[in-house]
Each structure stands twice: as C-alpha cells, then as structure tokens.
Design a binder for this molecule. Structure first.
Ligand code: ADP
Ligand code: MG
Length: 496
C-alpha cells in the first residue's frame, strides 16, 4: 500500500512537473511568437514611413514626371493625356443630358436637366449598377451590351420632369475611367485595362464606337457626345460649382488625377491648339513610379502576382482596390512566421483580395474598447475566431500604417500638381481648389483626414490656407453631362 502511494505521488509530481514545463515552454513560445510579430510590424512601419522630407521628394518627382510626360510622347510613366476639354463649364449649359460612368466595381447612369445660369441643375437622377465580375474579363460585346441594356432600362423609366425638346436626339457624356488616347472630344482608343478589367479585344479600339454599336444593338436613339475620364468629369463638375477648381483627384477602386494646364506649357502640342489657352490634362497618375516611393516586399509580390505587373505602381500603393490586399499579405506573413492566429495558417487568409478596403477601414475606425468590429471582421471575412485583444490592437496598427502611407503619398501627388501649376509659391496667393471624389476618399474618414492634414503639412503655413480640398460628390457624372452639353450637336441652335 505505502509503496503504491509513494509511487502515485511520484507519478503525480512528475506529471505536474511535465505540465508546468509545457506551460512554461508554451509561454516562452508565445512570447517568442509575439516578439516575431512585433518585429514584422516594426519592419513594416519603417519601410512604409513617409516623413515630410520623403513626401517633398515624391512631390518633386511627380512635378518632374509631369514635365517629362508633357515634353514628349512616352517621355514619362505619366501619360499626360490630352483630353480635348478646353472649355470647362460656365454654368450657362441648358437642356437634358445623360452621363454614363464606367470605371470600376460599379457603373452609374445619370440624367440631368440643366437650366442655365439662373436655374442651374434643375433635377438630377442617378442609378448605380454593379458589374458582374465575369463581364470584367469576358468579351467586349458582352460588357458593352450589358451597359447599353442598363442605359436603355434607365431611359425607359424617365419621368415627365425630364424634358427633351421634340425631334432631338438624346446625348450622353461617357465617363470611361481607364487610360484612353483621345482622338477628339468624342473618340478615343483604349490603351490598357486597369483595376481588374482584362478584355484584350478592346485594347486599341475606339471605346465610343464600341459603346455606340451596343447602343444601336439595343435600338436606342442616343448619341455619345463626349468621352471623358472620371477625373476630367470631376474637374468639370467641380468647376460648375466653384470657379477656383483647378485639379481633380479620384481615390476609389483606382486612382488618377486631372488638372488644367496652360497650352503654351505643353511642348508636344505646340501649334496644335492655337485658339485655346487652357487644356485639361488627364495625368494617369496611377502609373506614377519613383525611387522615392516607400515600397515593401508585400508591394513587390502584390505587383508581381497582379494582372498588370510593373504597371500602376502608385495605384497599387494608394487605391481602394489594393489597400485591403496589402493588409491581407501582412496578416498572412504574421500567420506563417509568427503563428499569430494559431499553429496553422487560417486557410481564408491565403485567398487573394478576400479582405477588402471597406473591411480594413471599419477595423481601423473601430473605437470600441474591446475592438469588437475587428473581431467580427476577422470572424466573418477570414474565419478567424478567438483573437486576443493585443492581436486586434496590432491589426489596427497595421491598418494605420498602410492607410497613412497611401493618404500621405496621395497628398504628395497633389502637392506635385500644385507645384507644376506654380501655385505652391507663397507670392501667388490665389484661392486654389482641388476636387476629390471616389469611395476611398468619401468613406474612409481616417484616410481623408490624413490626406488633408498631410497636404497642409507639405504646403506649409503660408500656402496651406489658400488651398482647399472639396468633396465633389459624384461630380464626374454631372461633369460628363456638362461636357456633353458643351459638345452638343444642338449647341449652335441654342446660341442663335
Ligand atoms: P469606382 O472607383 O469603382 O468608380 P467608387 O469611387 O465608388 O467606385 O469607389 C469604390 C471603391 O472605394 C471601392 O472599391 C473601395 O475600394 C473603396 N471604398 C468604398 N467604401 C469604402 C469604405 N467604407 N472604406 C474604405 N474604402 C471604401
Ligand atoms: Mg469612379
């Protein structure tokens, strides 16, 4: 009996000892894991840093690339495309016009009744339709037929408040937010698809004739009167309300900018536009690239595995299509190397683009003490449960690093434009307005605040008070309709 009791006691002691060794080991392992996770975070933070000096270098590089792109065809990563928009809206525009905005995850159809100087925008209506993903990589006809059918449906549901004088054809401004080489205000060929679209047969084609053919197939009587980029539409829409708007920036699924340039400052177009003093330039700044950009291994692998490797590097750092994906890549590294979410990597974390930027912004902006929004996004989107509070705090830090870098680089880009326009000098104290739009800018409040405060920081106390950032809410649709109005086949009649 005694022997047995002693034996049991020995076994118990040994077991207790083993258990405590395990606990200590696990604790040690956990602390090692956490240390590794913190090291990954710290490295990301350092690589993504955007001190003011770096932002100035980025702004200067943007200005230089603008000069180079204007000087010669192919002179820069920035295409600096001519838009043929040399008359921005004045407010005199009258009549019923339409706009169609194709540029990312959704497209919009808009109708607007314009009443000239006195009445302004009498009435405006819009509908938004999401583009079925299979059409983004399908055939050209399928995509344009889908769009034309939606336009037909939209027009057929028109109330009597919208009036087209009898005998007139409907006219539409087509906002097409992909790189296009314009051949006139109402024609242009697609240079390449971006933002997840990939339909080879459309590249090199005139996008207005593609749309017109689809409109004809629908039996619609509608003329495409203007082809504009969303940045150009936003600039025009912004100018309608505020005469000091000189540039527009889109921060949505993708990113781009347009601004007003003096024609005499455009070497490659000398003599081409003798009657025009100003011309809107579509920069295609998403393709900006500079050695000053703070790129990480995550960005490099995202780019390498993308549909357009080596292209749209600025867009891949800044825009809504990619921010959530950058975050996913960092989380995956934390799972693989620091076992942050357990001994195995949660399988959903391996799915590209599963984590969207709206998920990221709601986690970043989670102000609850237990960060339950972070917990619920992890559960719903990534299938990860039981994260510790300190892990959730780390996730918020990651969101902050990735979105601050994006917002601050966007501000540097804007500063580059202002510099090109000569508006960064303290002597020239003109009110200067930049029209911003896009879902990222509109809905991601911390991103937007960071962009605004960084722009003021770059410009400095003397200049910043004269530079205003406005949210041109869906200005691109109105802008495209306004440009269609100024290019209307009936505009001569209107004047007489
Ligand atoms: P598009 O750029 O496709 O024309 P939008 O300008 O509406 O359309 O922008 C949509 C994009 O904005 C989304 O793809 C997403 O990246 C971003 N976005 C939308 N809502 C949010 C949000 N709440 N937080 C962060 N980003 C958002
Ligand atoms: Mg858009």
């Amino acid at each position: 009996m005694r022997k047995a009791a002693v034996g049991t006691a020995v076994v118990c002691a040994a077991t207790a000892c083993a258990v405590s060794v395990l606990i200590v080991r696990r604790r040690m392992r956990n602390s090692c894991r956490w240390a590794r996770a913190e090291a990954i975070l710290k490295e990301l933070e350092e690589k993504c840093a955007t001190p003011i000096g770096k932002l100035r270098q980025v702004a200067d590089a943007m200005t230089m690339e603008m000069h180079a792109g204007l000087a010669s065809e192919g002179g820069s990563k920035l295409k600096m495309l001519i838009t043929y928009v040399d008359n921005l809206p004045t407010g005199d525009e009258k009549g019923l016009f339409y706009a169609l905005d194709l540029g990312g995850t959704n497209f919009r159809v808009i109708r607007v009744q314009l009443g000239g100087k006195e009445l302004g925008v009498i009435k405006q209506e819009a509908e938004e339709v999401s583009i079925p993903p299979h059409l983004m990589i399908g055939s050209s006809n399928e995509l344009f037929d889908f769009i034309a059918a939606e336009v037909a449906r939209f027009i057929s549901s028109e109330s009597e408040e919208f009036q087209l004088p009898t005998g007139r054809q409907r006219e539409l401004g087509f906002t097409f937010s992909f790189p296009v080489r314009q051949t006139s205000l109402s024609s242009g060929t697609l240079i390449k698809w971006t933002k997840g679209f990939s339909i080879d047969e459309t590249v090199g084609e005139d996008v207005v004739s593609e749309l017109t053919k689809a409109i004809d197939r629908q039996g619609l009587d509608l003329r495409v009167a203007a082809l504009v980029n969303d940045t150009v539409g936003t600039l025009a829409g912004g100018r309608f309300y505020d005469k000091d708007v000189v540039a527009a920036v889109i921060l949505g699924t993708g990113t781009n900018a347009a601004y007003v340039e003096r024609v005499h400052a455009i070497p490659k177009w000398h003599g081409l536009f003798p009657n025009s003093g100003e011309m809107v330039i579509n920069m295609e700044w998403g393709n900006f690239r500079s050695s000053h950009l703070p790129l990480t291994d995550y960005d490099d692998s995202l780019d390498a595995e993308s549909l357009n490797p080596g292209e749209q590097i600025f867009e891949k750092l800044v825009s809504g299509m990619y921010l959530g994906e950058i975050l996913r890549r960092v989380l995956l590294k934390l799972a693989e190397e620091a076992f942050l979410f357990g001994d195995t990597v949660p399988p959903k974390l391996r799915i590209p683009f599963i984590l969207r930027t709206p998920h990221m912004s709601s986690m970043h902006e989670d102000t609850s003490s237990d960060l339950h929004v972070v917990a619920s996004k992890f559960k719903d989107v990534l299938g990860i449960t039981g994260t510790a509070l300190k892990t959730r705090k780390m996730v918020v830090d990651l969101c902050n690093i990735i979105s601050s870098r994006a917002a601050r680089l966007s501000a540097a880009g804007i500063a580059g434009i202002l510099k090109k326009q000569g508006r960064e000098f303290t002597l020239e104290r003109q009110r200067t307005v930049i029209a911003l739009d896009g879902g990222l800018f509109e809905h991601y409040t911390l991103f937007r605040k960071s962009l605004e405060s960084t722009l003021a920081e770059i410009l400095g106390n003397e200049v910043a008070p004269f530079v205003v950032v406005i949210h041109a809410n869906d200005g691109s649709g109105l802008g495209a309709a306004l440009i269609a109005a100024s290019n209307s086949q009936y505009s001569e009649l209107e004047v007489s």
